[in-house]
Design a protein around this ligand. Structure first.
Ligand code: PLP
Length: 363
């Protein structure tokens, strides 16, 4: 068996030691005689798995005590509705649109509250980061939404905006699905953050929500009870059956990150991987990445070949070398390499070696 280098945007590669441990524990978890999939979510065994996962992610991201951590379902797109149902109070919410994901969030929230786009990079096709000083935030907002890493366009906030410094006292809501655990989070700037698991946490089906205590308890009457943050928080994410196996794998990923050196080490590796790839693109005279340097994502790197006719040969050659899922998102075209926490530097090295070879042959 040889594992390929998998550059999928999500569901994405998981650390091999996590998959090996899950395989070894599949039939009999720690002498319980059961697979984790077969356990009661309220039993002693699963409770210990859940509590450790929560404590580990709280430690890894230094989540303050006044934030609740919820393990929910519904994914990032579910949160596009669940967040406004819980936090908008039917009032005004402003969106910073930096790519497809924040655009979707804006559109969905319009069903539940009064929305406005405070800033957008649409004019340059989502290749820059609108400067916070220029955001046109309204007064009396219930919250402000940003997507801190745009998975499709490869645009990332290098620091979260400080809304207070902009004269706005509304909480910031952050969709950090595609770069969570690759860098620290400044919680003093955040009211709520959410992340679908399938990029940097674990299998699809788990959504992590971090929500400040004082924002709980204001859900709209139409909000399903199972998606009311207060109900979920009051029941330790067990109001209904949580995605138990996904939580278990997420917990193994958290343990793996701790063993490897924590979020600081994940960040160091993300910088190393992304620099290697951007350097290859920028010095090639062949490949192009159109994102402004200061806005470039460390996790998702879209790039283009000089002629679309080369796309298929490039992908075929990549597949031969076991470099998988490099095709760009259909809305952007070209290629995209997603290089999340589980991607070893050897995978990026193999990719840039191939890219240089391909450019030499076709340049
Ligand atoms: C992948 C992704 C989502 C996806 O949400 P799902 O509902 O789980 O498909 C949302 N936001 C961002 C930024 C993402 O990268």
């Amino acid at each position: 068996m040889t594992r390929a280098y998998n550059f999928s945007a999500g569901p994405a590669a998981l650390p091999q030691p996590v998959l090996e441990q899950a395989a070894a524990e599949m039939l009999d978890w720690h002498g319980s005689g059961m697979s984790v999939m077969e356990m009661s979510h309220r039993g002693r065994e699963f409770t210990s798995i859940y509590e450790r996962a929560e404590a580990d992610v709280r430690e890894l991201l230094a989540v303050p005590a006044n934030f609740r951590i919820l393990f929910m379902q519904g994914g990032g797109l579910g949160e596009n509705a669940i967040a406004p149902m819980n936090l908008s109070r039917g009032g005004k919410v402003d969106f910073v649109v930096t790519g497809s994901w924040s655009q979707k969030s804006h559109k969905e929230a319009g069903r539940y509250c009064d929305t406005q786009v405070a800033a957008s990079n649409e004019a340059d096709r989502h290749t820059s980061m609108p400067a916070p000083q220029a955001w046109k935030l309204r007064s009396g907002l219930a919250y402000v939404h940003v997507c801190s890493n745009e998975t499709i366009h490869g645009v990332e906030f290098q620091t979260l905006p400080d809304l207070k410094a902009l004269g706005c006292d509304a909480p910031l809501v952050v969709d950090c699905s595609s770069h969570i655990l690759s860098r620290t989070i400044d919680w003093s700037r955040v009211g709520m953050a959410f992340a679908g698991a399938q990029k940097n946490i674990g299998p699809a089906g788990v959504t992590l929500v971090f929500v400040r205590d004082d924002l709980l308890g204001h859900a709209l009457p139409i909000c399903p009870s199972a998606f009311d943050y207060k109900t979920v928080a009051d029941n330790q994410s067990m109001y209904n059956t949580p995605p138990t196996y996904g939580i278990y794998i997420a917990g193994l990923v958290f343990q793996w990150i701790k063993r490897e050196g924590g979020v600081a080490e994940m960040e160091r590796r993300a910088i190393e991987r992304s620099q290697m790839l951007y350097d290859c693109i920028d010095t090639s005279g062949f490949y192009v990445n159109r994102v402004a340097r200061e806005a470039r994502s460390r996790m998702n790197v879209p790039f283009f070949l000089p002629d679309d006719a080369l796309n298929e040969p490039f992908l075929a050659g990549a597949r031969e070398r076991r470099l998988l899922q490099l095709k760009g998102h259909k809305s952007v075209g070209g290629m995209r390499a997603s290089i999340y926490n589980a991607m070893p530097i050897s995978g990026v090295q193999a990719l840039v070696d191939y890219m240089r070879e391909f450019a030499a042959r076709h340049g």
